[in-house]
Ligand binder design. Structure first.
Ligand code: TYM
Length: 327
């Protein structure tokens, strides 16, 4: 059986980077796989979070899954901290993880750089992420490019555990799409679009108003010549905008290239803004309907029960394989 697990951390407002690399994939993948989409709130608290914001953002991420088109009758949607097996298997995975491997994780290096002190959980984070995935025997994990290293480590941990004890975990494959898996900042195409960038014009939020979306995209940096051409080596800024266009319109890069051949940036940027607005406005409307609804609470409660059931049998097998006393 093909099974998917993936999630988006509730650590800031959701931007179109997370949409391109993850959420956008969730919508299509749910038709072909048994899917678990979760809100990794335990991951969010590896860096300081304001409790009120964490509470709100965790609901927001779940509401966005549904508003963007994840069907709760098809996929299981839940909050990570509602399923304690994540923490338990997370600890077990930590016992199988080497200090040196964790030290090589580029996300840890980036997030700890220049900080006087960071939590030990930020360091051991990839072991918990491996547990998230392995608990559900996920065969596939749709993510953006920046999660590739964590996925490689998850695969290593699964294989290590399976050979050291007994075959317990499915070794998962990442699904990293060629388009949209690495959306860059609108102010600088060498840096990933990120909610932690202090320049609010560097990203488009899923909840930005149509006017803000238009303003931000019209201000996006472009490259020196005036051609709309997909060429990451020589024209990274425009190539990034073309990828955003492709994700939000569903058109291929080639079609977009043909459509804007010989035209300046002005028309292209205007059309890009409309493509993004047309996709996001209905998502925002649906989001507003569900964010404070009983329906959302019901979906999350049911999701937690289903997820806990699926997680329980793997956790038990892992504990038995390691020699824990289980009855
Ligand atoms: P997070 O919350 O940073 O990002 C969520 C997803 O969005 C993708 N993404 C991007 N894709 C393209 N361009 C961007 N600029 C961009 N920014 C973010 C990320 O690659 C990711 O797929 N560790 C994970 C959360 C997590 C998880 C898991 C994911 C915890 N356990 C198990 C999958 C499976 C994270 O911090 O993602």
């Amino acid at each position: 059986m093909k099974r998917v697990l993936s999630g988006i951390k509730p650590s800031g407002e959701l931007n179109i980077g997370g949409y391109g690399g993850a959420l956008h994939q969730f919508i299509t993948i749910q038709h072909d796989f048994e899917c678990f989409f979760f809100v990794p709130d335990l991951h969010a608290v590896t860096v300081p979070q304001d409790p009120k914001e964490l509470f709100q953002r965790s609901k927001e991420i779940a509401a966005f899954y549904i508003a963007a088109g994840v069907d709760p009758n098809k996929a299981t949607i839940f909050i990570q901290s509602h399923v304690p097996a994540h923490v338990e298997l997370g600890w077990i995975m930590e016992t199988q993880t080497h200090f040196g491997e964790l030290s090589r994780m580029t996300q840890f290096k980036e997030k700890s750089e220049g900080k006087d002190s960071v939590s030990s959980a930020l360091f051991t984070y990839p072991a918990l992420m491996a547990a998230d995935i392995l608990l559900y025997q996920a065969t596939h994990v749709p993510v953006g490019e920046d999660q590739k290293q964590h996925l490689e480590m998850t695969r290593d941990l699964a294989m290590r555990f399976n050979s050291r004890f007994e075959p317990t975990f499915t070794v998962p494959e990442p699904i990293i799409q060629s388009i949209g898996s690495r959306i860059m900042g609108l102010d600088d195409p060498t840096k990933k679009m990120s909610k932690s960038n202090p320049n609010r014009n560097s990203y488009v939020l899923l909840l930005d108003s149509p006017d803000d979306i238009r303003k931000k995209l019209s201000k996006a940096v472009t490259d020196s010549d005036m051609n709309v051409r997909y060429d990451w080596d020589n024209k990274p800024a425009v190539s990034n905008l073309i990828e955003i266009y492709a994700v939000f319109s569903g058109d291929s890069i080639a079609t977009i290239g043909r459509r804007y051949e010989g035209q300046g940036y002005g028309t292209f940027k205007k059309d890009l803004a409309e493509v993004v607005v047309n996709k996001l406005v209905p998502i925002q409307e649906r989001y507003r309907e569900i964010i404070d609804s009983d329906e959302l609470i019901r979906i999350l409660k049911e999701g937690a029960v289903k997820a806990a059931e699926a997680a329980h049998s793997t956790l038990l097998r892992a504990k038995m394989a390691m020699g824990f006393v289980t009855f």
